[in-house]
Design a protein around this ligand. Sequence first.
Ligand code: ATP
Ligand code: MG
Length: 474
Amino acid sequence: MTKKIYPEALNLPVFEIIKQAAEELGVETFVIGGYVRDFLLKKQKAKDIDIVTLGSGIKLAEKVKKLLPGKTQSAYYKNFGTALLKNKDLEIEFVGARKESYHPDSRKPAVENGSMEDDQKRRDFTINALALSLNEDNWGQLIDPFNGLDDLKNKIIRTPLDPDITFSDDPLRMIRAIRFASQLGFIIHPDTFEAIKRNKKRIKILSKERIMDEFNKIMMHNKPSTGLKLLYETGILDEFFPELGKLQGVEENEGKTHKDNFYHTLEVVDNISKHTDNLWLRWAALLHDIGKPDTKKYHDKNGWSFHGHEFLGAKMVPKIFKRLKLPLNQHKDYVAKLVRLSSRPLSLIEEEVTDSAIRRLLFEAGDDIDDLMLLCEADITTKNKQKEKKYKDNLKKVRKKLIEVEERDKIRNFQPPVSGKEIMEYFNLKPSKPVGMIKEAIKEAILEGKIPNDKQEALDYMKKVGQEIIESNQ
Ligand code: ATP
Ligand code: MG
């Protein structure tokens, strides 16, 4: 085999420094993984660099740190035999070449020192096992025992070893296969694909955090449906996210069908991804119909309905977030709110769009109104051109009206114009139920448009209705 040499991949000064450090320690050293893969794909060079050495990764990192100019942050993980250096925008990870053997019940391998090939064998895919030499005598030479370069050219994701072994050792690799396939636009080799189907149950031993790390990378792709479909087709999705797969399917009754809510959801996620990089808005799109399977009913007259699915869906959000160990505190309310309101803007149009309906929508959505409108637009997936135009025109009307009402009534982030304290003082009340009821009555009057959102008008209204409310509670 002819030697392939890529010195141009190594023109960052840091590689010279690593080489010098490795020479001083007398250990062979290589750059491996994403950096090499992305160079060969002519993609922008990755900023994270993975280094393997036939010695101690920690010792090499310590020496490199001394030689690097500027400020370097370091972390040493003695238990894992790895080290991480951060210098400017570079992140360099060091590891000693190792051989891993796994026990079937555990994800934690027994680790011993190994050869370069041992280390490449424990990598997830042939394209991620490509390495370049950082040694004087073969600087830049490609070390490719599993024909990763061919797989790179042919756009194939394939494990270096028998895929049943690679996947059983660390089942996360199955989701990574799908993540890389979608990120790079590659095909998963049929043998590797079949092995994913066979080994899907092993997903159960993984922590949710590791799964979600990869899943969210799939969600952040410019077309997340590519990866989501693969997760579904391999059966992996059902192992950690059965609610999504349950959306799949079309039922028929007396010739009437409903749309396939799984494939519809994928389209909505793709649509919204063209307009936002906000992961949690993409999640709202993913979950917007999640309540449908459990609210589905067939009526003789009107066919299929999913009555109240938005409310059920919104209630499911915190449970799903908790189970998947997603950041519960920061994002569940935002996602649940968008799911709950997801059909509202379009349904407003069924009748005349009244100012009060718009005020209520603004009141409930608050600052998330623009995200909600994006979600509604993404939700239009009908292939009927006439219907599509009608829905889009309707949303335009709602948007116009939202701007008008917002300018006039300032309902977004509504603050009650009369406080509980003021109500108690005026009527000489102690904290009690009528105080809340009077406050609520003022809010309702503003949202209904009986009075404007104005302090004096609200006080006048309070004087008008307050006494009656108090008496009806005695
Ligand atoms: P990117 O960072 O662009 O997503 P990458 O290939 O650098 O891609 P990382 O997750 O940073 O991916 O991992 C670096 C390298 O470590 C990989 O290229 C691969 O060789 C190896 N690797 C990472 N995770 C695993 C795993 N679960 N099993 C086997 N090898 C892995
Ligand atoms: Mg990386």
